[in-house]
Design a protein around this ligand. Structure first.
Ligand code: PAF
Length: 273
């Protein structure tokens, strides 16, 4: 596996490739969720590039940019074992120039849910994803469904800017207890981890209700709230796959999304119905 830090070197490497290229963008602290994306890419493409870049522009003032977990050596080993061809780890100063074009995520979809609590977060995500896609020019790029709104906005970015990349949505990976894997889970104490299980439990209970035929969004949100309390709920929302509000679950076209604070850690999870 090649480690590339230099942008020029990455571009030369990419230019020389005349085969399918898979790309998995990450912010490091890799876990089984990332590994499943990487393995899928390795299986489906002749070459796989993984990036590790903790992108400052997607963090808001007071968020965890400074303390975001860093495990470079462990991440390197994970990538090597998974069959990655290039691990791209650029410097912040190389990724951003002093005068940058403004890239704004569409307000009607980027300032709801996550974007309502984290304004401008998706502007930063789309900006870095566009840069990374331009550098790696992948045939296929892999994103987890856990960041459902991010995935939607990236699909929209690629479609609207006619980028030549297929966005491949990947399933959420959970631990044996049901907690959706996230690099931020490393912030949780043992007791907080137990508390955090209420999140996946609330989604499971909602899915059981839907199987019983209870599709009212109001009803589902009510029972989820009961399961989640006393966690500090940031939102429980049920939308269609265009991220529009709905009153009734539309099978194969709905997403139930939850964001909660567990101690001082903000966790999100969702279920695609
Ligand atoms: O999902 C993430 O880890 C990040 O938002 C991404 C896509 C790597 C962009 O920084």
């Amino acid at each position: 596996m090649k480690i590339i830090k230099d942008i020029k070197e990455l571009r030369e490497f990419r230019k020389a490739l005349a085969c399918s290229v898979g790309f998995v963008p990450t912010m490091g602290a890799l876990h089984q969720g990332h590994i499943s994306l990487i393995k899928k890419s390795v299986k489906e493409n002749e070459k796989t590039i993984v990036s590790i870049f903790v992108n400052p522009t997607q963090f808001l003032e007071g968020e965890d940019f400074e303390k975001y977990p860093k495990r470079v050596e462990a991440d390197r080993k994970i990538c090597e074992l998974a069959g990655v061809d290039v691990l791209f780890m650029p410097e912040i100063s190389d990724m951003y120039v002093s005068i940058e074009p403004t890239i704004l995520a569409p307000t009607q979809k980027a300032y709801i849910l996550e974007g309502l609590r984290r304004p401008k977060h998706f502007d930063g995500v789309l900006r870095v994803v566009l840069k990374l896609l331009n550098l790696t020019k992948p045939t296929n790029a892999y994103f987890g469904k856990k960041d459902a709104q991010q995935l939607y906005l990236i699909e929209n970015l690629v479609k609207s800017l006619f980028l030549d990349t297929n966005i491949i949505p990947c399933e959420i990976v959970r631990d044996e207890m049901g907690l959706a894997l996230s690099s931020r889970n490393t912030y949780l104490s043992e007791s907080e981890k137990k508390e955090a299980l209420k999140i996946s439990k609330s989604l499971k209970i909602a899915s059981k209700e839907i199987i019983k035929g209870n599709k009212s969004v109001k009803h589902l949100k009510g029972i989820m709230k009961e399961v989640l309390e006393p966690l500090k709920i940031e939102y429980i929302e049920i939308v269609n796959r265009e991220f529009e509000a709905i009153d009734e679950i539309e099978l194969k076209n709905s997403i139930i999304l939850v964001a909660c604070m567990v101690g001082s850690t903000r966790l999100i999870d969702n279920l695609w119905i």
